[in-house]
Design a protein around this ligand. Structure first.
Ligand code: AMP
Ligand code: ZN
Length: 115
């Protein structure tokens, strides 16, 4: 846990967030600046900088996170209309918070390429 990391602070409940889901290794909360009707962040409790830093031992956490995304999509009523799960890596990937997070987006038509 790093007190300088906003997502670590949310995981530790040191910073307010609209938390939607907590499981053994994963926390999900609403994005503060939503880009779609549903925009939820799914993050590992462990501070991992980005998808580039994942290791074999994180396989279970990743499966848990993707299953949580599907569960939340269902709860948000977008399971049938569809949704997007995306993670940005590094400056040109558009990453601003260096604690691994997956954006769950839905409730409107997504575009490709995402820009
Ligand atoms: P990225 O640009 O991929 O690193 O995504 C960072 C995301 O974190 C953005 O969508 C921000 O709106 C979101 N964000 C930043 N701070 C907070 C916060 N305190 N609570 C919820 N979402 C946040
Ligand atoms: Zn962190």
């Amino acid at each position: 846990m790093s007190s300088s990391c906003v997502f670590c602070r949310i995981v530790a409940r040191d910073q307010p967030a609209d938390i939607m889901h907590v499981s053994d290794n994963v926390v999900a909360f609403r994005d503060i600046n939503p880009q779609a009707p549903t925009h939820i962040q799914l993050v590992p409790k462990e501070h991992i900088e980005s998808a580039a830093d994942l290791e074999e031992r994180h396989a279970g956490m990743l499966a848990e996170l993707v299953r949580a995304a599907a569960h939340l999509a269902n709860a948000e009523g977008i399971a049938d209309s569809g949704w997007r799960l995306v993670t940005n890596v590094g400056p040109e990937g558009g990453q601003h918070v260096y604690h691994l997070h997956f954006h769950l987006l839905g409730g409107r038509q997504m575009h490709w390429p995402p820009g």
